[in-house]
Design a protein around this ligand. Structure first.
Ligand SMILES: NC(=O)c1ccc[n+]([C@@H]2O[C@H](COP(=O)([O-])OP(=O)(O)OC[C@H]3O[C@@H](n4cnc5c(N)ncnc54)[C@H](OP(=O)(O)O)[C@@H]3O)[C@@H](O)[C@H]2O)c1
Length: 304
């Protein structure tokens, strides 16, 4: 299993996203978590809103039933999206959200807390006060963000003193704007416009890990491109590249993401052990430049 640097930890390059756990029964959930752990996938990505809290609860219950020692797993959760309000980075909300996650996950600390989506009304001083309290009380060990561009991170850093170790961002061959704008520099093309303030380069400059969410989706939850006839060309290339490395198509996608020198983490969404293990196999494959570019172009992107 390939590892990547996340702050001062080495973590598996494949992170197990837990957004779909609430759909599983107890036995299925235990089997999924066990399969992940047996294969060294011990980094779990949560959020307080997944399943309205039910995903964290299902995971916490599984870990308790399976008797997994807390230090054997790395737990990340996110806060800041509030159904009915929208976004809330107030000190009070962050503190309450973390207490809720800890309770549902049946633990007394999170390894990583991410701010889920930017809150336009955020006061950096309030975020900093929350982070200081959480750190002092031992409830959160490291902090990061999600779906933020460089300036938003810099604004937070005017007050937040802890290192921000990760930005979790949507990224896949079919959602590769972070890469495309770097190719189409100074061209009058839509993809030449940066929609993210050059966050990929910013993360590399500042030693932040990029965690790629929805590695198999296109658009904003529009659909999955694997086995999708709309992406027939991409599927054919993924199949051929996968075959060359003795892995499946989903694993070839993971290998494509992990081939990037930013040393990203792939955050998977499957809740099927077989799919998860298939994807994990991709972490060990190293694509050639030719394979990497072929996948990029087969997803419909141009190169100058
Ligand atoms: N920070 C954010 O704003 C944000 C937003 C969304 C998600 N996330 C995180 O990212 C994780 C992944 O998100 P996602 O569920 O949208 O992404 P994904 O990994 O791209 O999953 C999309 C779907 O692909 C399906 N799939 C079909 N064939 C597959 C195959 N052969 N192998 C693997 N998967 C296959 C999976 O279904 P099956 O279950 O049938 O395998 C899964 O439901 C979430 O769990 C969450 O932790 C973060």
């Amino acid at each position: 299993m390939k590892f990547v640097q996340l702050g001062d930890r080495r973590v598996p390059a494949v992170a197990v996203g837990c957004m779909g756990l609430a759909a599983l029964g107890e036995k299925e959930c235990d089997a999924f978590v066990s399969a992940a752990l047996e294969h060294g996938l011990n980094f779990f990505d949560h959020a307080d809103i997944y399943g309205g809290g039910a995903c964290e609860s299902a995971f916490g219950a599984s870990i308790a039933r399976l008797g997994v020692a807390r230090e054997k797993i790395v737990l990340q959760s996110k806060c800041g999206i509030v159904p009915g309000v929208m976004f809330d980075f107030s000190e009070k909300h962050i503190l309450e959200a973390v207490d809720g996650s800890l309770r549902r996950l049946r633990t007394d600390y999170l390894d990583v807390l991410l701010l889920h989506r930017p809150d336009a009304l955020a006061e950096p001083a309030e975020v900093a006060a929350a982070f200081d309290k959480l750190e002092k009380e031992g409830k959160v060990r490291s902090f990061g963000v999600s779906n933020m561009h460089p300036c938003q991170i810099e604004v937070l850093k005017t007050c937040v003193k802890q290192p921000l170790i990760a930005d979790q961002l949507q990224f896949s061959p079919a959602h590769a704007g972070m890469i495309s704008c770097g190719f189409e520099v100074n061209m009058c093309t839509d993809a030449g416009i940066s929609h993210d303030g050059y966050i990929l380069d910013y993360c590399r400059l500042h030693g932040m890990a990029v965690q790629a969410w929805s590695p198999f989706r296109y658009g904003f939850f529009e659909g999955v491109f694997l086995d999708n006839e709309k992406f027939a060309g991409l599927n054919a290339v993924l199949e051929a590249v996968g075959e060359a490395h003795g892995i499946g198509k989903a694993a070839a996608v993971a290998a494509w993401i992990l081939r990037h020198p930013a040393k990203m983490q792939v955050v998977t969404g499957t809740v099927k052990p077989a799919h998860l293990l298939d994807i994990a196999a991709g972490a060990d494959a190293c694509l050639t430049r030719e394979e990497w570019y072929k996948i990029y172009m087969a997803a419909g992107h141009i190169l100058p």
